[in-house]
Design a protein around this ligand. Structure first.
Ligand SMILES: C[C@@](CO)(OP(=O)(O)O)[C@H](O)COP(=O)(O)OP(=O)(O)OC[C@H]1O[C@@H](n2ccc(N)nc2=O)[C@H](O)[C@@H]1O
Ligand SMILES: Nc1ncnc2c1ncn2[C@@H]1O[C@H](COP(=O)(O)OP(=O)(O)O)[C@@H](O)[C@H]1O
Length: 301
C-alpha cells in the first residue's frame, strides 16, 4: 500500500501597509540641502494597502490591484515601484544562507497615492518586513532602518507602523505619548498636491518643537493638547489646492468630530473622534453624501 502524501497549500504571506497620519507636523528649520526639518507625531490608521507574496522560482514580479492600483501609471509595477526597490535592497543585504526566491508580489492599493498618508512608504516598509521573513534573510532591525531611510523619509517610521515622534527629515524616531482610545475619519477629495510645491510655498517663522506629555488619558485630552500644535503645511496646501479647505470644513462639522486637520503635505485630511464606532458611523454617512471622495473611518493601529 502506497503512503498518501499530504502537501500543505502554498503558504500565503501577507503584510498590511497601514496609512501614516501626521497628527501635527511642525516645520522647525531647513537643512543646507533645502530639505526641511520636521517635528511630527505620527500614528497609523486601520486603513491600508495589502501586500501578498506567492514565492516560486520565476523572476520576482509585482501586480497591482485595488481601488488605486490603476492610478499609479503604466510603469507602476516596474523597478521604480517602492515595493520592487525595497526587494532589491533587501536581496543585497540578505545574510549568507538566506532562501531568496522569486515569484509574485501582489499589491492591493487601497490608499490614495501621493496624498500625505504615506501609502508608498508603507508599501516599501511592508515589503522589507515580508521578504525578510519569507526569504529568511536575517536582516536585523538596525539594518532594515538603514534600508528604509534609503527608500524615503517616511519609510523608517512605517517599518514598525506604531505611534512615534518623527524628527530630522524622518530619520530620528522616538516613542510618542501613549494614546487614548479614539476614532479617526480620513478623507481625500481626489485632488493631488505636490509635496515640493507645498514646502516651497510655506512662509513665515518656523514652528517650535512641541512640548508633549507622556500620555493622554482621553480623546478630549489628546485634542486639547493637539490644539496647541498645527500642521505647518496646511495653509500652503489650501492655497495651492482650495478643495482641501472644503474637506477640512466638512470634517470639522461632522457630528461628534473633535478636531479636523490635514496629514503630511496633503491633500488627505483627518478628523478625530472619541471612539472608533463614532468615526465609522460618521464615515458611512459622509461617503453617502460625497460618493466621489475616498472616505475611511475606524480605529488607529
Ligand atoms: C511631508 C511628509 C511628512 O510625513 O509626508 P507626505 O506628505 O509625503 O506623506 C514627508 O516628510 C515627506 O517626505 P518624503 O516622502 O521624503 O517627500 P518627497 O515626496 O520625497 O519630497 C519631495 C520634495 O519635498 C521637499 N521636502 C520633502 C521633505 C522634507 N522634509 N523637506 C522638504 O523640503 C523636497 O523638495 C523634496 O525633494
Ligand atoms: N507602491 C507605491 N505606492 C504609491 N506610490 C508609489 C509606490 N511606489 C512608488 N510610488 C511613488 O511614490 C510617490 C509618493 O507616494 P505616496 O507614498 O503615496 O505619497 P504620500 O506620502 O504623499 O502619501 C508617488 O507619487 C508614486 O509615484
Amino acid at each position: 500500500m502506497s503512503a498518501t502524501v499530504l502537501t500543505a497549500p502554498q503558504s500565503i504571506l501577507t503584510e498590511e501597509a497601514h496609512a501614516k497620519i501626521n497628527l501635527y507636523l511642525h516645520v522647525t528649520g531647513k537643512r543646507p540641502d533645502g530639505y526641511h526639518l520636521l517635528d511630527s507625531l505620527v500614528v497609523f490608521a486601520g486603513a491600508g494597502d495589502r501586500l501578498t507574496y506567492f514565492p516560486d522560482s520565476t523572476p520576482l514580479t509585482l501586480e497591482l490591484g485595488g481601488r488605486f492600483g490603476a492610478t499609479l501609471g503604466a510603469d507602476a509595477a516596474g523597478p521604480d515601484n517602492l515595493v520592487m526597490k525595497a526587494a532589491s535592497l533587501l536581496r543585497a543585504a540578505s545574510k549568507p544562507g538566506a532562501r531568496i526566491q522569486g515569484g509574485r508580489l501582489v499589491l492591493e492599493k487601497n490608499l490614495p497615492v501621493a496624498s500625505g498618508i504615506g501609502g508608498g512608504s508603507a508599501d516599501a516598509a511592508a515589503a522589507l518586513r515580508l521578504l525578510n521573513r519569507a526569504w529568511h534573510a536575517g536582516v536585523e532591525t538596525s539594518t532594515l532602518l538603514q534600508l528604509a531611510e534609503q527608500l524615503g523619509a517616511d519609510v523608517p517610521v512605517c517599518l514598525a507602523s506604531q505611534t512615534a515622534r518623527m524628527e530630522g527629515i524622518g530619520e530620528h524616531l522616538s516613542a510618542g505619548p501613549v494614546l487614548p482610545d479614539c476614532g479617526m475619519v480620513l478623507v481625500n477629495c481626489g485632488v493631488g498636491v505636490s509635496t515640493p510645491e507645498v514646502f516651497r510655498k510655506r512662509e513665515g517663522a518656523f514652528h517650535a518643537r512641541a512640548d508633549l506629555p507622556t500620555r493622554w488619558a482621553s480623546a478630549q485630552d489628546l485634542v486639547d493638547s493637539l490644539a496647541q500644535q498645527t500642521n505647518s503645511l496646511e495653509a500652503p496646501a489650501c492655497q495651492i489646492c482650495p478643495p482641501v479647505q472644503d474637506v477640512l470644513t466638512t470634517l470639522a462639522h461632522l457630528p461628534e468630530a473633535l478636531l479636523a486637520r490635514m496629514s503630511g503635505s496633503g491633500a488627505t485630511c483627518f478628523a478625530l473622534f472619541s471612539t472608533p464606532d463614532q468615526a465609522y458611523q460618521a464615515a458611512q454617512h459622509l461617503a453617502e453624501q460625497q460618493p466621489d471622495w475616498w472616505v475611511w473611518g475606524g480605529a488607529l493601529v
